[in-house]
Design a protein around this ligand. Structure first.
Ligand code: MAN
Length: 347
């Protein structure tokens, strides 16, 4: 079996042991789902670093942030009947949901796109009452001189989309939560269309509807409206349970090409592509029938959460897309895909 992705022979490019924990007593459990951008002639990844304390036998412990930024560790006995540990990513105790790890974002940089250095620039942590379970899966979109960061903001209040921006990667401006729960997978278009900004996003509707990709527009990148649904999950297909946007759509002469993830109930996460009209991006022109990338390599099939390829960052050079992606929710890997080959999968 094969797919369209030419994986780097050097994979994985980064593993948890390559990154220093953010505090004594913490362990980096997973390194995943980087945002990607160019800055000062180098390639940068904004990694999601998921941490938890070293686990004691018979116990489960995990960190949460207090609103003032201090870390509090909660610990439960594994034999406690109120504890549900059936999903390695999420736990439930006495009817309350938590995450098993706390994520923050960390910058690494590289000259060749293969060897990345842990950078001295400060990490980005969750702040305030809407980010107490961390920040995750950041998309970085450059619009003019400004880099906009859209990320998943998690707390006991739910899962929503936060926005921060920077021009120099030193000073960061916080714009709060731009899309309230339940919402994630928000990718900003890198140019306005007809004087308005656009974003793909993924609200979830638990009773009627599902996990679909939507489009919204905004005059200022902070206030979003005129929401429209652009792509459903497809019953019986590889993307039947959920779909969500990856990084900023790629402008091509044929339309905006978006690489998105789709998952089955199993779950198994693959990547596909969809094409949106250049002037009217709420119009879906085509979509890949087969995945363009599937969890086929051993490191994509086994890990913290196996059978996952997940991408929210890429670079585009002519016909080549270089994807930096999370494998098994554990490692950061790289792969190249040809734009022309992706177009051949669209129907
Ligand atoms: C899902 C997974 C987790 C993530 C939570 C909150 O359960 O994607 O990795 O931490 O959602 O976003």
């Amino acid at each position: 079996m094969s797919d369209l992705a030419r994986r780097f022979p050097e994979n994985p490019l980064l593993r948890p042991s390559d990154i220093r924990p953010s505090a004594p007593g913490m362990q980096v459990q997973c390194l995943l789902n980087p945002g990607v951008f160019r800055f000062q002639k180098r390639i940068w990844l904004l990694l999601r670093v998921a941490e938890r304390p070293e686990q004691k036998p018979g116990k489960t412990s995990f960190p949460v942030l207090a609103e003032n930024g201090t870390v509090r560790v909660l610990e439960f006995d594994n034999s406690d009947p109120k504890l549900d540990l059936s999903d390695p990513r999420v736990l439930r105790y006495d009817g309350v949901d938590y995450l098993t790890t706390l994520s923050h974002l960390r910058l690494v940089e590289s000259e060749d796109g293969l060897r990345f250095r842990d950078h001295s620039r400060p990490p980005l942590f969750g702040q305030g009452e809407l980010e107490t379970y961390g920040i995750e899966d950041c998309r970085v979109t450059q619009i003019g001189p400004v880099y906009y960061l859209t990320f998943t903001a998690v707390s006991g209040n739910g899962v929503g989309v936060g926005l921060r921006s920077t021009s120099d990667w030193q000073r960061m401006e916080r714009h709060g939560m731009i899309l309230p729960p339940h919402n994630k997978d928000c990718a900003l278009f890198d140019a306005p269309i007809g004087g308005l900004y656009y974003a793909l996003h993924r609200p979830s509707s638990p009773s009627l509807g599902g996990n679909y990709i939507w489009l919204a527009e905004s005059p200022d990148l902070v206030h979003w409206g005129n929401h429209r649904c652009v792509a459903h999950s497809r019953p019986g297909w590889w993307d039947h349970a959920r779909v969500g946007a990856g990084a900023a759509p790629i402008r091509t002469p044929e339309g905006w090409l978006e690489i998105y993830h789709g998952a089955t109930d199993a779950p198994r996460y693959c990547l596909g592509a969809l094409l949106l009209d250049l002037e009217q991006p709420w119009k879906l022109l085509a979509r890949s029938r087969e995945p363009i990338m599937e969890p086929l390599a051993p490191y994509e099939q086994t890990g913290f959460f196996g059978n996952v390829v997940f991408a929210n960052g890429h670079l585009v050079d002519g016909d080549t897309i270089t994807l930096y992606y999370g494998a098994s929710d554990s490692l950061v890997c790289g792969a190249r895909l040809s734009l022309a080959a992706i177009f051949n999968t669209l129907h």
